[in-house]
Design a protein around this ligand. Structure first.
Ligand code: AMP
Ligand code: ZN
Length: 665
């Protein structure tokens, strides 16, 4: 087999496995085997850029960064949908259809209304070439690099398909993945995301497609627009799209009468709570494409389709008490304890009430009968009080003035609705919260130690800061509950190994408020050592790309705290990486400072990613599209002629990768 065939075989294998896993949910090989195949393909592609394919399964991991999303006009407008709320609305709609089509007999297709962000996918000759958000329906943002990382979207299609078509679908974030993302965020001291819909649509506009690839997004297809179509109706289209490789929920149903539509709606109004993703209604469409054409569109929406909106389910129950949780940053979150009630398929016992203002706004009293609702949010919320049922025995909620864990008086700052426990070094949940964050996967990723062990070690008086981890010895921890010699040895080895974690990880692990993973990377690159960062002024911090005043202030506050600087000094003496490595430093310079580069085509000396990091390491910026701000276009093989033209017309210097190599030497 020659190289080309080898590459093609691997791509075909990976495509098939992807489809099995992400569309059919029936994995055909282990994750490990999959990764091995992917790695093999990646290596071949790097060595043989002449076989570059923008739709290779390797693009699924992301890598491309888009600074400014290009606005693109939709070839076929993306309409919104008219809404209906009861049977009469649906009967009226049916009557209008009967009046406006030539045939008497017609049927409907009912689909669920998936709650996410709509996307328009353009395929030419079975290849995904572009993905654009709905925007205002006439034009949207091109987000192709991000969309390519969503594994249930086929990059090249199976079987027979129109040579040119647009498919419409909804990008959703299934509930399980959403919960996991939030657990992670909470463990990092960040506010959890509000709901899956906003998180899904926010994901499409992330600049770094690698981050999109890490999110468990999914795409469900519901529509097509094409000039050359042999497909006759919606239900037939859904079947076809399934064969092409798209994910099509098998909940769609053809209904012969409006009564069948009612049954569908009634059934799913309940059953939707068991689905792995959120829906907010049913979309009813006239099945035949010929009929659809006859009916046409109003200025906003098709006449041949209508959305039926489910009502968010509400229940009334008793507010029994309010308890208070303390986060790793000391933030206090009140939680309502409710008399258990069945809501949207689950028993609800607790509801979130964000802060004191919220309690006042709702005028909550203990013993009140309150309405709880599960909308887009996962945690149900209290939407109001049933004043007609308020009894004399209900009592006002007195927001706590002391920390429930350490009894320190709480503080509250102007402009922040939250209360905080200021006892940073003495409040148990704050202490263990910081250590748990430090060891977590995205931070120091220490093997052999988890949240439970942290509690154990803390209670035994062995640790009270993350720096203490580095003083632990096997014999100290062996006597602890359920801690055998082997696990103790593993734990100490894991802690020892973490001393090699790169500076940016350590910086993230410190748990400075608002300094997430990416911010930590940016700061590490910009300041290079912890001492330089600690000495940086507000102005110097803000001058770094993507660092705003909020983050800058928080960094300064962190290093002004003597307790923090002492811990950092200790980490230094234990040998943690508190500066960029020699290797990283060597590749850093600012000879290209202030310049903007665009990289296009296929390269042979470097991979695209290498090229981009070299540009950044030398102080320049990488942009995804050519504009008047671009200084250099690094042109590789197979660069589109339109790019070259654009660069020429804007007077951008076009250079080869060899030229670039010379520039940085
Ligand atoms: P609206 O945003 O309320 O005007 O509703 C229109 C949107 O519903 C479309 O842009 C789609 O993104 C979304 N939608 C979700 N599921 C479906 C479906 N099965 N058929 C058509 N549109 C859908
Ligand atoms: Zn406290």
């Amino acid at each position: 087999m020659n190289i080309k065939q080898q590459i093609e075989t691997l791509r075909a294998q990976l495509r098939a496995h992807n489809y099995q896993y992400y569309v059919l949910d029936q994995p055909s090989i282990s994750d490990f085997e999959f990764d091995m195949l992917l790695k093999q393909l990646q290596e071949l592609e790097v060595k043989h850029p002449e076989f570059y394919d923008p739709n290779s399964p390797t693009v699924r991991v992301g890598g491309e960064v888009t600074k400014n999303f290009k606005t693109v006009a939709h070839t076929h407008r993306m309409y919104s949908l008219d809404n209906s709320y009861d049977r009469q609305d649906l009967l009226d709609w049916q009557a209008r259809i009967v009046k406006n089509i030539s045939e008497e007999v017609f049927s409907f297709t009912c689909e669920l209304k998936y709650d996410g962000a709509s996307i328009n996918l353009t395929y030419e000759e079975g290849q995904l070439i572009r993905a654009v958000t709905r925007g205002d329906g006439i034009q949207g943002d091109e987000v192709t690099a991000n969309i390519r990382t969503i594994k249930s979207i086929p990059l090249s299609l199976n079987g027979e398909y129109p040579s040119s078509m647009e498919l419409r679908g909804e990008i959703i974030l299934p509930l399980e993945g959403f919960h996991k993302m939030n657990q992670q965020r909470i463990s990092e001291g960040e506010e959890p995301y509000m709901n899956p819909r906003n998180t899904a649509s926010g994901s499409l506009k992330l600049q770094d497609s690698t981050l999109v690839a890490e999110r468990p997004l999914d795409c469900l297809i519901y529509g097509i627009a094409s000039e050359d179509m042999s497909i006759e109706n919606q239900i037939g289209f859904l079947q076809k799209a399934k064969q092409w490789g798209f994910k099509i929920p098998d909940t769609a149903k053809e209904c012969k009468t409006i009564e069948e539509v009612f049954d569908f709606v009634d059934y799913w109004d309940q059953a939707r709570h068991e689905l792995p993703y959120e829906t907010d209604g049913v979309v009813i469409k006239v099945n035949s494409f010929a009929h659809q054409e006859e009916l046409g569109y109003t200025s906003k929406a098709p006449r041949w389709a209508i959305a039926y909106k489910f009502k968010a389910e509400q229940k009334s129950t008793i507010l029994e008490s309010i308890s208070y949780q303390v986060g790793r940053t000391g933030a206090i979150t009140p939680v309502a304890n409710l008399k258990p009630v069945l809501l949207a398929g689950t028993v609800v016992k607790r509801a979130s009430v964000h802060n004191e203002d919220q309690i006042k706004k709702l005028d909550l009293r203990i013993g009140d009968s309150v309405f709880v609702e599960k909308g887009g949010e996962i945690i149900p919320k209290i939407v109001g009080v049933d004043l007609s049922k308020r009894s004399d025995s209900s009592t006002l909620v007195e927001f706590i003035t002391q920390c429930p864990e350490c009894h320190t008086p709480l503080t509250k700052q102007e402009g922040d609705a939250k209360h905080y426990c200021p006892n940073t070094y003495g409040c148990p949940p704050q202490i263990t919260g910081r250590i748990e964050h430090f060891i977590s996967r995205k931070a120091m990723d220490i093997d052999g130690i988890g949240a439970e062990t942290v509690q154990l070690l803390f209670q035994a008086g062995l640790i009270s800061t993350y720096a203490d981890l580095y003083t632990l010895r096997v014999e100290d921890v062996m006597g602890l509950d359920r801690m055998a010699e082997k696990s103790a040895t593993n734990m100490i080895a894991g802690i020892e190994a973490s001393k090699q974690k790169p500076f940016e990880k350590v910086l993230f692990a410190l748990g400075i408020r608002y300094v997430g993973e990416t911010v930590a990377e940016k700061l590490a690159m910009a300041f290079k050592t912890i001492d330089a960062l600690a000495a940086a002024s507000l102005e110097e911090l803000i001058a770094v790309d993507e660092i705003g005043e909020r983050i800058a202030k928080s960094v300064i506050e962190f290093f002004e705290d003597l307790g923090n600087t002492m811990i950092v000094e200790r980490l230094k003496t234990y040998g943690l990486q508190l500066a960029l490595s020699e290797e990283k430093l060597k590749s850093q310079s600012d000879i290209l400072k202030g310049k903007v580069f665009v990289v296009s085509g296929v390269f042979s000396i470097y991979s695209r990613d290498e090229l981009k990091s070299l540009i950044k390491d030398n102080g320049a910026k990488v942009s995804s599209s050519i504009s008047s701000k671009t200084d250099y276009l690094v042109a590789g093989d197979n660069m589109g002629p339109s790019k070259r033209k654009k660069a020429e017309s804007l007077g951008v210097s076009i250079i080869s990768e060899a030229d670039f190599q010379e520039m940085i030497q």
